[in-house]
Design a protein around this ligand. Structure first.
Ligand SMILES: NC(=O)c1ccc[n+]([C@@H]2O[C@H](COP(=O)([O-])OP(=O)(O)OC[C@H]3O[C@@H](n4cnc5c(N)ncnc54)[C@H](OP(=O)(O)O)[C@@H]3O)[C@@H](O)[C@H]2O)c1
Length: 262
């Protein structure tokens, strides 16, 4: 079980209302860690908070859109009076696909704001506090997509690559200061966000298992690839250097049409 002295008394889950984020919340609550949950939709936030509070957890929620540049300030309004010992930045799935030059600028701006600007700003703010205290942890959600640029997902795949490389550097900087950083590479996972896109998730990983794996490997950074050997092999295949153009055509994430339920 996660050590509440090292990663408590409070955990902040950015994208903590459903899917992998909810999986984190349930496991941390069992360990006696208090929770701040962030998401946009009030309904799932309130539902999860009620479930956790019924089981005895202390929970705060806040509805914030991370695509907005004032997101950190809004979240700070409910965290500045508590000690955040664990910061999990989970939000960031892609919901709009299309050729980069054809997508509206605000679509790609939001992807970059959430997964590049937002993730690094949250890591700076909460990471600085943890490093000053000499303990804590940060989990940054990424994707198998980060190992290769994929057509129709240019900003998404690039932003996840940023997160992975950023997480590696942060891991090395924070480790001597007592703070564990883990970049979590997530593969195909049966989250509500995927269900809403009508994607067939029968072969996908259970989000509760992804959260469990991540917490169990928080000290095994800089990068943890969830989902076992198959996802590890995919990451290795997508990392090839030679003949990369041909490999991208062959191995890049398929178009939505190829994976949407018929
Ligand atoms: N599911 C997969 O197959 C898969 C595969 C590879 C990587 N991943 C990664 O896993 C992480 C979780 O993905 P997911 O499928 O659960 O979907 P997601 O859309 O990232 O949702 C996860 C949580 O974040 C919140 N969220 C999303 N956008 C937000 C925003 N703009 N502002 C505030 N909160 C926001 C969601 O609640 P609200 O919608 O109410 O805001 C939810 O609580 C992401 O980083 C994603 O890139 C997922």
């Amino acid at each position: 079980m996660i050590d509440s002295d090292r990663y408590g008394p409070w955990a902040l889950i950015v994208g903590g209302s459903e899917g992998v984020g909810a999986g984190f919340a349930r496991r941390l609550a069992v360990a006696g860690i208090k929770l701040v949950l962030v998401a946009r939709k009030e309904g799932p936030l309130a539902e999860l908070a009620a479930e956790l509070q019924e089981a005895g957890a202390e929970v705060r929620t806040i509805s914030v859109d991370l695509a907005r540049p004032d997101a950190l300030d809004r979240v700070r309004a409910v965290t500045d009076d508590v000690e955040i010992g664990l910061m999990i930045y989970n939000a960031g799935a892609n919901s709009v696909r299309g050729n980069f030059v054809e997508l509206p600028a605000e679509v790609t701006r939001a992807v970059i704001q959430i997964s590049v600007v937002g993730q690094s700003e949250f890591a700076r703010h909460y990471g600085a506090q943890m490093c000053a205290r000499g303990h804590g942890g940060m989990i940054l959600a990424g994707s198998l997509s980060s190992y290769m640029g994929a057509p129709s997902l240019a900003a998404y795949t690039a932003s996840k690559a940023f997160s992975r490389i950023f997480g590696e550097a942060l891991w090395a900087e924070c480790a001597p200061l007592g703070v564990d950083v883990l970049h979590l590479v997530i593969g195909f996972t049966a989250t509500p966000a995927m269900e809403r896109l009508h994607i067939d998730t029968t072969t996908a990983q259970d989000p509760e298992d992804v959260a469990q794996e991540a917490l169990a490997n928080l000290t095994n950074g800089p990068v943890w690839i969830a989902g076992g050997e198959g996802n590890l092999e995919t990451a290795i295949r997508r990392s090839v250097i030679a003949d990369r153009g041909a490999t991208i055509r062959q191995l890049a994430t398929p178009s939505r049409e190829a994976i949407v339920r018929k």
